[in-house]
Design a protein around this ligand. Structure first.
Ligand SMILES: Nc1ncnc2c1ncn2[C@@H]1O[C@H](COP(=O)(O)OP(=O)(O)OP(=O)(O)O)[C@@H](O)[C@H]1O
Ligand SMILES: [Mg+2]
Length: 278
């Protein structure tokens, strides 16, 4: 039977006049990689900060493994790890020192901590840079270490807020593989991104948030069914029955012919534009 790892109910948060969350409810089940998708300013980081106990909600509730959880709940804190959107690592510390520091925050120490630190450095491919100041690291290396510090204390729920920001495809793949391996080892993951293809690659269920509200929360196939896609195609010398032939393609709901607009040459040059809306 599925078990709720995180259950947020009617979360509201306002910063001055800005409504960051306007009554969001969702549940994350044990063992899943749950995607959170939404544009800039949608409220994703606010939601996750509250879920991780870093920020206080104005109202609403958070349950972690069935227990009420707020910023003041110390006892459940070790169950959650967060890879923050703004990097958490300290640039003046080495990679090893960063990992030790975060481990100690969660009460780890001694040989157990040292061997965990070594394990984490290996897992994110930073063993050979362990003793370098992280201020000297590339963006991708910093992101990988940011992921390692989030899991050094072996949490049960991992929250990743845009973990691939500013990384090259190689580091991105590395992060993807780590997330998959951690999930296969039993960790529940919440993965936040702007990119449909990232959540598509990793997540079975996806929540779409916009303007502080949950717009949809479903499996990918069900979300795709709701997707309303408009494709604008520019062709030269199209035959008179071109739109009828397009309409005959399976999955095309409607094809209409629009006269070219002389004021939008850039659109014609691009040839094709996609608009995806939920
Ligand atoms: N500490 C803060 N003080 C004031 N306003 C804030 C603060 N944190 C967030 N906001 C505002 O709340 C709204 C939601 O912000 P949030 O960071 O949660 O969005 P987001 O979905 O994570 O965006 P992004 O994709 O850019 O990271 C925005 O309008 C933002 O300006
Ligand atoms: Mg954010």
């Amino acid at each position: 039977m599925s078990e709720a790892v995180l259950e947020v109910t009617d979360l509201r948060k306002q910063y001055g006049e800005t409504v960051a969350l306007n009554g969001v409810s969702l549940t994350v089940q044990r063992g899943e990689v749950f995607g959170l998708l939404g544009p800039n300013g949608a409220g994703k980081t606010t939601l996750l900060s509250i879920a991780a106990g870093l920020t206080r909600a104005d109202s609403g509730s958070v349950k972690l493994f069935g227990e009420p959880f707020t910023r003041d709940t110390r006892s459940l804190r070790h169950l959650v790890g967060i890879g923050t959107q703004d990097l958490s690592i300290y640039p003046d510390l080495t990679a090893r020192e960063n990992l030790r520091f975060f481990g100690k925050l969660y009460g780890m120490g001694g040989k157990a901590l040292e061997s965990r630190v070594d394990e984490m450095l290996g897992a994110v491919g930073l063993t050979d840079r362990a003793n370098d100041r992280t201020g000297t690291f590339s963006g991708g290396m910093k992101r990988r270490l940011n992921l390692a510090v989030a899991v050094v204390h072996a949490p049960k729920l991992l929250i990743l807020d845009e973990p691939t920001t500013g990384v090259d495809p190689q580091s991105r793949n590395h992060i993807f593989e780590r997330v998959k391996a951690l999930n296969a080892a039993g960790l529940t993951v919440i993965y936040t991104s702007h990119y449909m293809e990232e959540v598509q690659a990793l997540c079975k269920r996806i929540a779409v948030i916009d303007n502080g509200a949950l717009r949809a929360c479903d499996t990918l196939p069900n979300l795709l069914k709701r997707l309303d896609t408009t494709v604008r195609v520019t062709v030269s010398g199209a035959s008179a029955d071109f739109s009828q032939r397009l309409q005959a393609i399976p999955g095309v709901k409607r094809a209409v012919r629009a006269e070219p607009n002389p004021l939008t040459p850039s659109l014609r040059r691009k040839g094709e534009q996609n608009h995806r809306r939920f």
